[in-house]
Design a protein around this ligand. Structure first.
Ligand code: DX5
Ligand code: ZN
Length: 217
């Protein structure tokens, strides 16, 4: 499977969102990653529906929505309507994860399931075959700019094993601390979809930053 790079807007300059989206698209990233935080599931509050409503039509590449919120099922329809191409929710946040997956699919888009560093892969094993993407968090969700947690690599390999066993087109995404030092080992462990916030957006030259990331895959 080709490697996808998804640029997390959490790492951009919020004072100039349109320009930052353009900068990301020019840099050759494949997707825009939209991190929604509610201050309860994670401590931080980022942005939500009104902001996506304003910027959605400025985004010309797939929108990869990452919900870090409680009771995600209540919000799925809205994030579908706002143009998400894939919605990923946290296993830990949902009372009935299968119902959330069905809800996302009923909107005609792809579904992803995410696990925090402390959640074992065994918790989501029966759900892997029902989604189009598994997100293994490589930091504790809530903030950009954190240090990659090496303990999570084993979980990436474990998910890779189960996806290969299923033989289905299911993406394996990693999110948190992806940069030139960590990308090689993440790819080696089986990740094929890389979220980058701080690394890409803090670069003066995002084109080179993304090119260098791809060169290290
Ligand atoms: C963290 C978010 C990430 C974050 C990654 O909770 O889910 O998407 O933006 O940022 P970096 O690349 O800075 O670790
Ligand atoms: Zn994210």
């Amino acid at each position: 499977m080709n490697t996808i790079i998804s640029a997390s807007l959490l790492g951009c300059d919020f004072s100039n969102l349109t320009a930052e989206i353009e900068r990301a698209e020019r840099s050759g990233v494949d997707w825009i990653h939209y991190d929604v935080m509610d201050g309860t599931f994670v401590r931080n509050i980022s942005f939500g529906e009104p902001v996506l409503k304003s910027i959605g039509n400025k985004i010309h590449i797939p929108i990869d929505t990452h919900l870090m919120i409680c009771d995600p099922i209540r919000y799925i329809d809205n994030y579908v309507d706002l143009g998400s191409d894939i919605i990923t929710f946290h296993y830990e946040s949902a009372q009935d994860p299968e119902a959330v997956i069905d809800k996302i699919h009923s909107g005609g888009i792809k579904a992803g399931i995410a696990i925090k560093p402390a959640t074992p892969v065994s918790a989501i094993k029966p759900l892997i075959e029902k989604v189009e993407m598994v997100l293994v968090m490589t930091v504790n969700p809530g903030f950009g700019g954190q240090k990659f947690m090496p303990d999570t690599l084993e979980k990436v390999s474990e998910v890779r094993y189960y996806i290969d066993e299923l033989g289905k087109d299911i993406r394996l995404q990693v999110d948190g601390g992806v940069n030139l030092e960590t990308v090689g080992i993440l790819k080696k462990s089986g990740a094929d979809t890389l979220v980058t916030g701080t690394y890409a957006f803090s670069a003066d030259d995002m084109v080179s930053a993304v090119r260098n990331l791809r060169a290290n895959i």
